[in-house]
Write a protein that binds this ligand. Structure first.
Ligand code: ASP
Ligand code: MG
Length: 424
């Protein structure tokens, strides 16, 4: 059994859906196909949800936009008499019903009740198209089997409950192919939850882990994992294989290529992850597994850039030391505000930390920290991590930039730098 995951870019138009069908039709054996929302539909749904929450009329125009996008794709793939139009209408109707009602006060809860429609619609379309193209498959509602806690927008899988339900749902008795959603699950009381933006990779890993897949394959618009994000760096090279450990570190430092939570369950069950191109299905992609040899033989530098950083520097006003007690107080505040630290450095009197600029700004954080410390901050920064750094690599990417913080270990060099136009 294998799990294929197709992201939004792979199904952004009718041509994409046809391409997916061509790839799936060539795959042999049992398969679960996990699909994300089409194109940028999750972003469009986020706008819809914000308008709904504020009860703005814009929610209706936004709904129209979302419907039109999908309708156009369906018009290209199906005949008007096909059942799919009714199935999708039912989903539109459910969205409308929700938009008619006043939202509750809990934004994150409201978000989860609507955000999954991107995936529900895309998987219905993909499943129907595959069937029409002769690739027999069954549509499965991921919410019936992936059970989570109720931390809206960032729900955690309940592995014990999900284990049983996933095995019950995907029996492969009458079917060799299932199509299901990434990104969503549900609470024990059947309320929809979402696993965090870009969470479909993780869904694929969860299905793969529970069903002991021989492999999980993520189909992307890049040839595999590159040593640098082409958005920020020139001449990126493909990496043929890497260990789980390295993949975790890359995603931790900000490489966007796979969702950070994806690797852990796969590693613990020794399931290889294959990242490959839906544009060039015949090419080899990147294999991530426990192969240790790759780490020592491959020495090319890997560049990762995390944009939109803010550096916060705290100092003790009375010249007392930055000791463990004061640091644990500081970390408590970051934890309270749900802010993740990307880099930190301390000296006798100072502690500097870099975080992603919070959606709601830094004022609340600074207010809280100012209760005990003098606080300064710099924004407009980016964090560059270079694995397997060389003097040439540092020269090329860093030498011409203003560096605020620098850290090196034997393998990794990290630089917090002023952002240039290219990166911001
Ligand atoms: N559609 C969701 C998002 O765009 C989940 C995913 O694509 O992984 O965040
Ligand atoms: Mg997506």
């Amino acid at each position: 059994m294998r799990v294929f995951k197709f992201g939004g870019a792979s199904v952004k138009d009718a041509k994409g859906v046809k391409n997916l069908a061509a790839i799936v039709s060539k795959a042999e054996g049992e398969l679960i196909v996990v699909v994300s929302a089409m194109g940028k539909m999750t972003n469009a749904l986020e706008i819809l949800i914000k308008a709904h929450y504020k009860r703005e009329e814009e929610r209706w125009t936004q709904l129209e936009l979302i419907k039109n996008y999908h309708n156009q794709i369906m018009d290209e793939l199906f005949e008007t008499s096909d059942m799919i139009f009714q199935e999708i209408d039912t989903l539109y109707q459910q969205m409308e019903d929700r938009l008619e009602r006043k939202a509750s006060l809990d934004f994150d809860y409201e978000y989860d009740q609507l955000i999954g429609y991107g995936e529900l619609i895309s998987t219905r379309i993909v499943s129907a198209y595959l069937n029409k193209a002769g690739v027999k498959n069954r549509w499965m509602d991921a919410r019936f089997c992936l059970r989570t806690d109720n931390k809206w927008r960032d729900a955690s899988i309940d592995w014990e409950l999900s284990d049983e339900l996933v095995k019950e749902a995907f029996t492969f008795d009458d079917e060799s192919i299932y199509v299901t959603q990434g990104f969503i699950g549900s609470t024990v009381s059947d309320l929809t939850t979402s696993l965090g933006r870009e969470g479909s990779d993780f869904s694929a890993a969860v299905f793969g882990t529970i069903l002991k897949a021989e492999k999980v394959e993520i189909w992307k618009d890049v040839p595999g994992i590159l040593n640098a994000d082409p958005q920020y760096f020139e001449n990126p090279k493909k990496i043929d294989s890497m260990s789980y450990r390295e993949a975790v570190e890359l995603t931790f430092f900000g490489a966007k290529v796979i969702h950070p939570k994806t690797i852990k369950p796969l590693k613990n069950n020794n399931i290889p992850l294959h990242v490959r191109s839906f544009l060039k299905p015949e090419s080899s992609g990147t294999i991530i597994d426990s192969e240790q040899a790759t780490e020592t033989t491959r020495k090319i530098p890997v560049f990762i850039l995390k944009p939109k950083q803010v550096l916060i520097t705290l100092s003790q006003p009375d010249f007392s030391f930055m000791d463990e007690e004061s640091m644990s107080w500081v970390f408590g505040i970051f934890h309270d505000l749900d802010l993740k630290i990307n880099l930190m450095q301390h000296s006798a009197l100072n502690l500097s930390v870099s975080i992603d600029i919070p959606e709601q700004g830094v004022l609340e954080l600074i207010d809280r920290l100012s209760e005990q410390f003098e606080v300064r901050y710099n924004d407009g920064l980016e964090l560059i991590t270079i694995r397997y750094y060389t003097p040439e690599a540092i020269e090329k990417e860093i030498a011409h930039r203003t560096v605020y913080v620098e850290q090196k270990t034997r393998r990794i060099a990290r630089f917090l730098v002023k952002s240039t136009k290219k990166g911001s």
